[in-house]
Write a protein that binds this ligand. Structure first.
Ligand code: SF4
Length: 320
């Protein structure tokens, strides 16, 4: 059996040689060669003319599974393993078999990102010692979901998210900024899924030639404000009701300035979000370009740049 690895994961496991701007702390694997889905932004969608090696901006070469399992057994600083899945007819059998083999090779926690399946499969994955299952909802609203993810059902995704929480005790929802949603819609989605018991993995829309969607990536200033909003909600330091919007744009976060300043100074809101130890280097970024999600602690210069970007986008004020 074969499995695909992000190029950075392949380098970390010693299966490829390449220069990296940052090393992944999670091994990212991918099951499937092409997807039956038709998500308009996705390189792997069945209607996409993008390079099939790509998922977002990352190349995913294929390897023999036994070689990957062998290299996972070495101590290489890997803190988590993630299986991302395309939609294809034998996916579930492959997924269960792969999860069992990965768990036999490594004690690292195992995450899966997948489209909705019957709850029995979630129970089988839990029994195979999968730690958590996340879902690529991608869109902040039902209307946008219908436009961007034709063929999928918003209501089925909502049911599936609830089922992942029932089976695993917590959920994980991937959302993309820059698909046409307002800040208010996205921040409301952060709150809704946080209140359900989900972590939010936030991504920036990344245009890739050959996909169906011709949009620009979100402005970095906007993304920094959304990252701060996500972080404050995730750590119960603010709620959507503490935020002010003008025509859907986030203009103010009404928290004690010490709270927001502490978060900004730590730089944590601007790190990659998702499962623990997920850092996804270069998933949304061009080499040498702006870092939407920082894969490592921010340098003082990166923190200053993030703070200035926030100030350009919004004002952070006190409630008193
Ligand atoms: S289901 Fe996932 S992999 Fe398939 S087209 Fe949609 S976003 Fe891409």
């Amino acid at each position: 059996m074969h499995i695909r690895l992000s190029i950075g994961s392949a380098v970390s496991l010693g299966l490829r040689a390449a220069k990296m701007e940052a090393a992944p702390t999670t091994v990212y694997t991918l099951l499937g060669e092409t997807c039956l889905g038709a998500c308009r932004f996705c390189t792997q969608a069945r209607r996409s003319d993008a390079d099939r090696q790509l998922l977002s901006r990352v190349i995913w070469p294929e390897f023999e599974l036994p070689a990957v399992l062998d290299s996972l057994q070495a101590d290489n600083g890997i803190r988590r393993v993630c299986i991302q899945t395309l939609l294809y007819p034998d996916l579930l059998d492959d997924l269960l078999a792969t999860a069992r083999q990965l768990k036999a090779a490594s004690d690292a926690p195992l995450s899966i990102c997948m489209n909705p399946v019957d709850k029995d499969w979630l129970i089988a994955l839990k029994e195979a010692r999968v730690e958590r299952v996340g879902v690529g909802l991608d869109c902040a609203t039902e209307t946008l979901f219908a436009e961007m993810k034709p063929g999928f059902s918003w209501h089925r995704y909502m049911q599936f998210i609830d089922e992942t929480i029932e089976v695993f005790g917590a959920g994980s929802v991937h959302l993309i900024a820059g698909l046409g949603e307002t800040d208010k819609e996205l921040v409301q989605a952060f709150q809704t899924f946080h209140d359900k018991g989900c972590g939010i993995a936030l991504f920036a829309f990344t245009p890739v030639r050959g996909t169906q969607l011709d949009l620009s990536p979100p402005p970095l200033e906007r993304y920094r404000a959304l990252q701060l909003a996500r972080y404050l909600i995730a750590y119960n330091q603010a709620r959507v009701d503490d935020m002010t919007f003008a025509d859907g744009k986030l203009v103010d976060i009404n928290v004690d300035p010490a709270v927001s300043e502490c978060a900004i100074e730590a730089g944590t809101p601007f790190r990659t979000s998702g499962c623990p130890h997920c850092n996804r280097p270069m998933y949304n970024e061009r080499p040498g370009g702006a870092r939407y999600n920082h894969p490592a602690p921010l340098t003082p210069a990166e923190k200053s740049a993030a703070r200035e970007a926030l100030w350009r986008y919004l004002r952070i004020s006190s409630t008193d």
